[in-house]
Design a protein around this ligand. Structure first.
Ligand SMILES: Nc1ncnc2c1ncn2[C@@H]1O[C@H](COP(=O)(O)OP(=O)(O)OP(=O)(O)O)[C@@H](O)[C@H]1O
Ligand SMILES: O=C(CO)[C@H](O)[C@H](O)COP(=O)(O)O
Length: 318
C-alpha cells in the first residue's frame, strides 16, 4: 500500500527565507524522512529567455503551473514524479530527476498557492512575509554572492518585478494557515540577523496548540519577549505569537514544553533536549547564526506536520 505523505507548503517572494526555513524544518523532522521540492524548477523559460521576453519568474505565464499542480497531486497520493531542475548557478535547466516522496514533503516556492488545485494538496500552508527592506537586503546579498548578479542588477530586477509581486505573489498570503514575519527590533535597525524578532500569524484554518498558559494570567504581557495576542490579518481575526530575538533560553523552553506536551515525538528536537542545530542558519555572507525565534518557528511548523501525520498516517509514525 502506498502511504500518502504529509505535504507542507512554504510560499513567499524571492529571498523571503523559504529555503532557510525549509532546511531548518527538514532538520527537525529528519532529513532522511523529508523530500524537498522547489517550485523554481517549474520555470517555463531559462534566464536568457526571460530577459529576451521581458517576463519575470514571478509571473504564472513564466511557469508550468499545470505541471506543478499535476506533480503536487501525484506526490499527495504517494506517487513518484519526474521533476525538471532549474539551476540557479547557470540560469538554465539540468536533466530532470526522478523523485519518490518520503514521509514528509516540503514544497517551497513562489506560486505554490496560486491555484485551487495546488492549494488543495497541502496539509499545512506557510507564507513568509518579511518587511520589504529586509527582503531586499537578503536578496541583494544572496544574489550577488550565490547567483552571479551585481548589486545594480538585483535592484533593477526588484524594481521590475514589483508589479508581479503585488499581483501574483503577495495575494497568496490569504491562503496560508501561518504567516511568518522575521523583522528587526524597532530600537535597532542594524540588528544582526540572529537577533531578528518573529511575528507568527496563526489562522484558525488548522488547530494551533493551546499557548494561553505561556501568558501570566491577569498580567500585562506587552513587555514580555514572548507574547500571544489577538489581532486581525487581512481584516480577519487571528492569534499572533511574537518572539523577540532577545528571548532567553528559559522563556523559549516554556513554549517548547507546550508544543511537546501535545506532540511528544517533537521532544528530541527541542533545544532543551540538547538539539544543537535547531534555529541555525547560514547568513548572507556564509556565516552560521542561531536564532531562537527561528527555532520556535521551525518547531511550530514541525508540530503541525507531526499532528497531520498522526491523523493521516496513523501507525507509521515513529
Ligand atoms: N530567518 C532568517 N534570519 C536571518 N537571515 C535569513 C532568514 N531567512 C533568510 N535569511 C537570509 O536571506 C537569504 C535568502 O533566503 P532564502 O534563500 O531562504 O530565500 P528564498 O525565499 O528561498 O529565496 P528564493 O525564492 O529567491 O530562492 C539567505 O541567504 C539568508 O542569509
Ligand atoms: O525569484 C526567484 C526565486 O528564486 C528567482 O529570481 C528565479 O527563480 C530565477 O532565478 P535566477 O535569478 O537564478 O535566474
Amino acid at each position: 500500500m502506498t502511504h500518502r505523505p504529509i505535504i507542507l507548503g512554504i510560499v513567499g517572494d524571492s529571498a523571503a527565507g523559504k529555503t532557510t526555513l525549509t532546511k531548518g524544518i527538514a532538520q527537525v523532522l529528519g532529513e532522511e524522512d523529508v523530500t524537498v521540492i522547489c517550485t523554481d524548477d517549474y520555470h517555463r523559460y531559462d534566464r536568457k529567455q526571460r530577459a529576451e521576453l521581458g517576463i519575470s519568474a514571478l509571473h504564472p505565464d513564466c511557469n508550468y503551473v499545470d505541471i506543478m499542480e499535476q506533480h503536487l497531486s501525484l506526490l499527495q497520493n504517494g506517487q513518484p514524479i519526474l521533476k525538471p531542475i532549474y539551476n540557479h548557478h547557470t540560469g538554465a535547466f539540468d536533466p530532470p530527476e526522478y523523485i519518490k516522496p518520503s514521509k514528509y514533503v516540503i514544497v517551497e516556492g513562489l506560486l505554490g498557492y496560486s491555484t485551487r488545485v495546488a492549494r488543495d494538496c497541502y496539509d499545512v500552508k506557510v507564507y513568509l512575509a518579511p518587511p520589504e527592506e529586509l527582503r531586499y537586503e537578503w536578496k541583494i546579498k544572496r544574489d550577488t554572492m550565490k547567483r552571479g548578479y551585481t548589486r545594480e542588477q538585483v535592484l533593477e530586477q526588484l524594481q521590475k518585478r514589483e508589479s508581479d509581486s503585488e499581483e501574483f505573489i503577495r495575494p497568496q498570503r490569504q491562503w496560508a494557515d501561518m504567516i511568518v514575519t522575521f523583522y528587526p527590533p524597532q530600537d535597532d535597525t542594524q540588528e544582526v540577523n540572529s537577533h531578528l524578532n518573529v511575528r507568527l500569524v496563526l489562522r484558525p484554518t488548522i488547530p494551533h496548540p493551546d499557548m494561553t498558559n505561556i501568558l501570566s494570567p491577569g498580567s500585562d504581557n506587552s513587555q514580555s519577549p514572548i507574547r500571544l495576542e489577538l489581532d486581525r490579518d487581512m481584516s480577519k481575526p487571528v492569534d499572533v505569537l511574537e518572539v523577540d530575538g532577545h528571548a532567553t533560553s528559559e522563556q523559549v523552553v516554556q513554549v517548547e514544553r507546550v508544543l511537546c506536551s501535545t506532540v511528544p515525538t517533537l521532544m528530541p528536537f527541542c533545544s532543551r533536549e540538547g538539539n544543537p542545530d535547531i534555529g541555525k542558519l547560514i547568513g548572507t555572507t556564509g556565516e552560521t547564526l542561531q536564532s531562537y525565534p527561528l527555532a520556535l518557528t521551525q518547531l511550530l511548523v514541525a508540530y503541525h506536520m507531526l499532528k497531520a501525520a498522526d491523523i493521516h498516517q496513523p501507525g507509521i509514525q515513529s
